[in-house]
Design a binder for this molecule. Structure first.
Ligand SMILES: [Zn+2]
Ligand SMILES: [Zn+2]
Length: 80
């Protein structure tokens, strides 16, 4: 059985492009740590970005039984 394609992530950081599906994080400060500092970006709604389906996993987030490392299991990558 082939896994189903995932829905696009809920939101993405406008600075480091970290992805999240947590509603509480929408329009909140990014939780990613970059160079030992908390990222200063904001999680913006994914609707404000363009998306590409991950080529490694074809938007399923999985390669076989492994989480896709290219998209960290989200199945999508920000365009560009
Ligand atoms: Zn960030
Ligand atoms: Zn992938």
């Amino acid at each position: 059985m082939r896994p189903e394609r995932k829905a696009k992530p809920l939101a993405a950081c406008n600075v480091c492009h970290a992805l999240t599906n947590e509603h509480e994080l929408l329009n909140q400060r990014c939780t990613a740590i970059v160079n030992n500092r908390r990222c200063y970006g904001i999680f913006k709604s994914a609707l404000s970005y363009l998306w590409d389906a991950c080529e490694g996993c074809e938007a399923t987030g999985m390669i076989g039984s492994q989480v896709c490392t290219e998209c960290k299991g989200f199945g999508w990558k920000m365009y560009g």
